[in-house]
Design a protein. Structure first.
Length: 308
């Protein structure tokens, strides 16, 4: 029987591909020889087993680890070869979770191979396809997916607790903050020079963040507010062009009190007293002060008796 080997290493930093992949191949080769077979093709990837199938097969850079292991492609190439008339009769993996950490994806791959009369074997399972072997495989696939999901949940809870204690959970500090290093509470990690960090306000950037918050949230000076103000000013200038011209002229008049006059496109609204509108002040200074120009009050107007 001719076998195609498939191997996978989770990530570059979690395992050493130069050790893991040759170990997987050796285990599969031993099992294949025990079944009077041989490995005729070699496919492997360096990537997470939780990726979507459409994203698989793009994580193989064995040169960085000095890998000289033969590679005919990754998982996509294996499936393409199986669909186009494979040169192998079965696919063998070290364990079924090497194919995928997701049960749905692993069973989909298995079903696709089965439809082309290509068997799928694992070195830690019986080399048979009876009902008991299938049940055992499904249990292992479920446990593999549970393990990953449980690990993610525990890691998440650990990060939440770290935040509650005031520690930074990793990555660069957000804008406005800086990292304050502290000795690691774990003696072994502290001995290796590892530290934990807290976020503290950056003396230069923190005031900028406070100014942005005040302008946007308190003073309402965001883009939406500026747009509304601009629309209001344009509308007012269209409705009252003469009032706008008078206001701007008053601002430029020599001797005008510029501190109390608003040079804008907003017209002045006439004040009302007891329901009657008051008229604008006359341009003649003497009339404005109620005098005849010399400061004296004008003589009272006399009415003739004929007027009565």
């Amino acid at each position: 029987m001719k076998f195609a080997f498939y191997g996978r290493v989770s990530t570059e930093d979690a395992q050493d591909p130069s050790l893991s992949l040759p170990r997987q191949l050796a285990a599969c080769d031993q099992t294949a020889r025990g079944a009077s077979g041989e490995i005729v093709a070699s496919y492997w990837d360096i990537e997470s087993g939780r990726k979507q199938l459409a994203q698989r097969g793009h994580g193989a850079n064995g040169d960085a680890f000095g890998l000289t292991l033969r590679r005919d492609g990754g998982l996509p190439e294996l499936l393409q070869q199986a669909a186009s008339g494979a040169c192998f009769d079965a696919v063998i993996v070290e364990s079924i979770d090497r194919l995928s950490r997701m049960t749905a994806d692993a069973t989909r791959i298995e079903r696709e191979l089965e439809q082309r009369d290509i068997a799928l074997y694992a070195t830690d399972e019986p080399m048979t396809g009876n009902a008991t072997a299938i049940l055992t495989r499904r249990v292992k696939q479920g446990v593999a997916e549970w393990y990953v999901r449980d690990l993610i949940e525990k890691s998440r809870r650990g990060m939440e607790e770290s935040v509650r204690q005031g520690w930074h959970t990793g990555g660069p500090a957000p804008y406005g903050y800086q990292l304050e290093p502290h000795s690691h509470p774990n003696p072994n990690k502290a001995r290796d020079g590892q530290k934990k960090h807290r976020l503290i306000a950056d003396p230069v950037k923190a005031p900028i963040v406070q100014m942005i918050f005040d302008d946007y949230c308190i003073q309402q000076l965001g883009l939406r507010a500026r747009s509304a103000t601009s629309s209001t000013a344009t509308s007012t200038a269209t409705r009252h062009p003469h009032a706008t011209r008078r206001t701007r002229t008053a601002c430029r008049r020599p001797g005008a009190d510029h501190s109390s006059i608003l040079c804008s496109a907003t017209p002045s609204t006439p004040a009302t007293t007891s329901g009657a509108a008051t008229t604008s002040a006359p341009a003649d200074p003497s009339s404005a002060h109620g005098t005849n120009g010399s400061g004296a009050q004008p003589p009272p107007t006399r009415h003739s008796s004929a007027a009565n």
